[in-house]
Write a protein of this length. Structure first.
Length: 170
């Protein structure tokens, strides 16, 4: 089954991965200690990643509901009742994403590095970073979208020019 995510879900996921900082190279640690995982979860909680991950499970339940509803609209009442039940069952599953993110952090940073990161995010500058980074990411994405729209227009002009040279008016 194919489930499509809205632009908001995609942006939230991209922001979550950017905020998690998962792009760095792996550190020497391969099997994180329980303490490293605990520190990594504290970092994730401080950064508010939970609030980005929580809506994902809910959104998937709604997407599946809408998909089923398209071909079974005559069962709307039952589908809605089952959806309420499924929300209770699956909405908390985003904690699996948090656990996985903690494992990624703990496998890329040593326990000492994680402690330094935690100390940073607990500092006034770290707290400011937590507040400002999502705004910066949002503005960057908006700017990137505008830039891509303009680029698309420029490319379309060039495509038309080249097609005209070949005798095609598009």
């Amino acid at each position: 089954m194919y489930v499509r995510f809205s632009k908001r879900h995609v942006i939230a996921a991209l922001a979550a991965f950017a905020i998690l900082g998962l792009a760095g190279p792996a550190a020497a640690q391969t099997q994180p200690s329980p303490n490293a995982l605990l520190i990594a979860k504290q970092i994730i909680q401080l950064k508010g990643v939970n609030s980005l991950m929580d809506p994902i499970s809910r959104g998937v339940v709604e997407k599946v509901k809408n998909l089923v509803m398209q071909t079974n609209f005559m069962f709307q009442k039952d589908i809605n009742e089952i959806t309420v039940q499924l929300h209770k069952e699956f909405d908390g599953r985003s904690s699996e994403l948090i656990d996985h993110a903690a494992e990624l952090y703990a496998s890329r940073f040593t326990e000492a590095e994680l402690k330094q990161i935690l100390t940073f995010y607990q500092s006034p500058l770290g707290q400011k970073m937590i507040v400002e980074e999502p705004k910066i990411l949002d503005e960057s994405l908006q700017q990137a979208n505008g830039w891509a729209d303009k680029l698309s227009g420029d490319i379309m002009v060039r495509m038309r020019e080249e097609m005209k040279k070949r005798g095609h008016d598009i």
